[in-house]
Design a protein around this ligand. Structure first.
Ligand code: GLN
Length: 278
């Protein structure tokens, strides 16, 4: 949005620039003119935005507490897990109170900058999401797994064709499943419901991030198994914290806090306390 605003402004200030941009934005004349309009574009941007979330005493955090071990309903029903511990530690570093809201995963990105200041939800950095939000540095590397019944013949990417696949709505697992030839994708708000439908035989497999996959399978170790995404050619994904687009002050502060938590050993302690096998 802001980029668009800057572009429109640039266009108003210099039609010649717009023409130059059309062919190549790296043309010397275009570069020079960009430099001269940059200051004005930046000041309009600042006016248009409501300021940094860093100006607030309490940061409102959105998560989806149905994605163990990163977030789940804790003993008292409030969100707990690695991401919650991490964002609390970040809040402490920033001297901010942190209030965690449990929401549907699929509504998190659109809520950033209005209902919530930050989302932390085992969220993978994707190009599509980057159009709407800014991400922190990545804090965890993940890959999708395929959960199947133990007696399933599914073992390769080809085997996923024309299958009924359960996913959590709006997740990278959902995007991958929808791209598979002939797939019939069932989208659930809660991943656990996809797993239940796998147990009931309503879907042939569930595509979901590795750590939650292993958590869900461990609750049904007799019936289910989680297959490594690499055997299906799935690419690795990076989890990061999502923030309002253009709130560089917040992004920089969160990155600095993340860096300090890694340096002082807190990050590794949280990983060890929350994530099995790490
Ligand atoms: N990592 C996946 C994604 O970002 C799933 C996240 C989740 O379900 N909480 O889409």
């Amino acid at each position: 949005m802001k980029k668009l605003l800057a572009l429109v402004l640039t266009g108003v200030l210099g039609v010649s620039l717009l023409t130059a941009c059309g062919s190549s934005s790296s043309a010397p004349s275009a570069a020079a003119e960009t430099a001269s309009t940059e200051g004005e574009a930046a000041s309009v941007e600042a006016e248009a935005s409501s300021g940094s979330a860093l100006d607030k005493d309490t940061l409102i955090i959105g998560t989806n507490a149905a994605f163990p071990p990163f977030e789940y309903a804790g003993d008292d029903g409030t969100p707990a897990g690695f991401d919650i511990d991490l964002i609390n530690a970040i809040g402490e570093k920033l001297g901010k109170k942190v209030e965690v809201k449990d929401m549907e995963f699929d509504s998190l990105v659109a809520s950033i900058g209005n209902k919530i200041d930050i989302a932390i939800a085992g969220m993978t950095v994707t190009e599509e999401r980057q159009k709407m939000v800014d991400f922190s540095d990545s804090y965890y590397e993940a890959v999708q797994n395929v959960i199947v019944a133990k007696d399933s013949a599914i073992a390769s990417a080809d085997d996923l064709k024309n299958k009924k696949i359960g996913v959590q709505l709006g997740t990278t697992g959902d995007f991958i499943a929808s791209d598979i030839e002939g797939s019939e994708v069932s989208q659930y708000n809660k991943a656990v419901d996809a797993v239940n439908d796998l147990l009931n035989g309503r879907v042939d497999c569930v595509i979901i991030d590795a750590n939650p996959a292993q958590e869900f399978v461990s609750q049904h170790a007799e019936e289910l198994t989680a297959l490594e995404g690499t055997q299906f050619g799935f690419e690795t994904e990076n989890y990061a914290i999502a923030m309002p687009k253009g709130d560089t002050a917040l992004v920089e502060a969160v990155n600095q806090a993340l860096k300090e938590l890694k340096e002082d050993g807190t990050f590794d302690k949280l990983v060890a306390a929350n994530i099995t096998g790490e």
